[in-house]
Design a protein around this ligand. Structure first.
Ligand SMILES: C[S@@+](CC[C@H](N)C(=O)[O-])C[C@H]1O[C@@H](n2cnc3c(N)ncnc32)[C@H](O)[C@@H]1O
Length: 206
């Protein structure tokens, strides 16, 4: 019962959501595109010619924005557990990021090129058990941070979707250890009632 009520609320919110309508007009695959646009406008993360890794990329809203921002001379490498329709100039690897083989496959595609920005919008499918969902989300962003540490060039940037709750403060502390500047952002397109925020690390210490 509670579940069908919340599904109905989600559907109602979704159809009247201005970012959903705008995404349809602008040809973006998800309303999430406006979150990355806002983060980039504020923090100047992605520029032409850069190499960007997009984790949790499906259906492709962030990859579309990242690909536009890096332009012809740049590259986006995207990955998700779900399939994603092809996008020009985006290399896609499908698989579960918690599996070492997927991590290794992404590393192979990167091929030791220095990466400018790692962005992660990964969020686990909700089980309904809040503590397990929070733990799952923290695990994913810790893995994203681990990849960032291995591939980023000095002064590179990192963005991760995080949910405030158990493990969040410890995660932010870890990001602070590796980046000169850490900012916590809540773009307008992020729903106010969600505990979702974006942790932005700038100036990778290497
Ligand atoms: C909020 S959506 C991403 C939206 C995307 N940034 C966009 O702009 O279209 C979160 C994504 O994380 C992915 N995800 C969840 N668990 C994952 C895992 N273990 N490995 C890889 N991707 C995962 C989901 O499949 C989902 O596509």
């Amino acid at each position: 019962m509670a579940r069908s009520k919340s599904s109905a609320r989600w559907l109602k919110e979704h159809v009247s959501d201005p970012f959903v309508k705008q995404a349809q007009k602008d040809g973006y695959r998800s309303r999430a595109s406006y979150k990355l646009l806002a983060l980039n406008e504020k923090d100047k993360l992605i520029r032409p010619g850069m190499l960007v890794i997009d984790l949790g990329s499906a259906p492709g809203g962030w990859s579309q924005i990242a690909s536009q921002l890096v332009g012809e001379k740049g590259k986006v490498i995207a990955s998700d557990i779900l399939p994603m329709d092809a996008l020009p100039d985006v290399d896609f690897i499908q698989g579960d990021f918690t599996e070492e083989s997927v991590f290794d496959e992404i590393m192979t595609v990167i091929d030791e090129r220095p990466v400018d920005v790692v962005i992660s919008d990964m969020a686990p499918n909700l089980s309904g058990v809040a503590a397990a969902d929070q733990a799952g989300s923290i695990y994913l962003i810790e893995l994203a941070l681990d990849m960032a540490q291995q591939v980023l060039k000095p002064k590179g940037s990192f963005v991760a979707k995080a949910f405030q709750g158990e493990g969040y403060e410890a995660f932010v502390k870890q990001v602070r250890e590796h980046f000169d500047t850490v900012l916590i952002r809540k773009p307008e397109a992020s729903r106010a009632r969600s505990r979702e925020v974006y942790v932005v690390g700038k100036g990778f210490k290497g």
